[in-house]
Write a protein that binds this ligand. Sequence first.
Ligand code: ISE
Length: 333
Amino acid sequence: MSVRVGILGVGVMGSDHARILATQVPGATVQAIYDADPKRAKAVAAEIGAGTVVTDALALINDASVDAVLVASPDQTHKELTLAGIAANKPVLCEKPLAPTPAECLEVIAAEVKLGRRLVQIGYMRRFDPSYVEMKAGLASGRLGSALMFHCIHRNVAAPDWFDSKMAVNNSAVHEFDIARWMLDAELVGITVFRPKPAKGSSPGAPVFLMLESATGQLVTVEVFNDAAYGYDVRGELVCEKGTIALRAPTRTETNAELIQGIAYPADWRPRFADAYRLQAQAWVKAIARGTATGASAWDGYAAAAIAEAGLLSLADGRRVEIRLADRPPLYR
Ligand code: ISE
């Protein structure tokens, strides 16, 4: 039997998820679509040839014909909709962030713990990206010894005016926080944020540079530069005792023209992480069919938000800030 998914929010990410679920995920059906703008919901339903348009988000969650919910509405609505999904006892794939603050994430954790079952997966899709998966397997092989440092670079083409350096921490760098915790299998315990002095005054996308320490002694460096101009570029290199493993972005062609041998950059994250989004959706639906859970949990969503909160304190005055997490409930161990 197919898993019938209701999609909440069909902006850039939600419409992408809808397309993926409709065309690349065996065992899934897009059953219903909600968006604050019903015209947008209708356009996506028409494009994918599936999904009844619903004008009330809670009605969609509670509809008996919807088995599972994908939350891709604006960030500030994620928590309430995820809580409604838990209350309806339905699996939820919630786009990152789970909530803007760790305190709000803990409300979701409390609801799941009360239910006694993991229903929530957070859209930290890099955990499904074949290059990160291969890096983790390389580390686990033991061939390179233990990890010492993880260098992460995260560049976007241009930041919109409203995307300030706080968002570089709590909207962009959160991906690096999550992947570093997952890669090193360790919590991050301290963060210091640095900012280079821009030549022409600060812009929304001016770079930030973060240094984090893990509980097991590794260092993680993160550069976020959201006005990098040349392309969407995510790099990572894991430095181990006997070698390093660096990510390679998926590449299928090379263009030779005008005296240049070149590999194109995507304009944003969707092409770079297309495999990750597809594999994440497939794994989510497979886990639902089996009655299990996979991917980043509500606890992982909370941890990323707690690191971001500490990062924002450090961004304000440059000092090192300790990251303190609540006790991890047994459900997430
Ligand atoms: C965006 O929300 C994402 O999730 C992208 O992966 C990231 O690269 C970008 O910086 C974020 O704003």
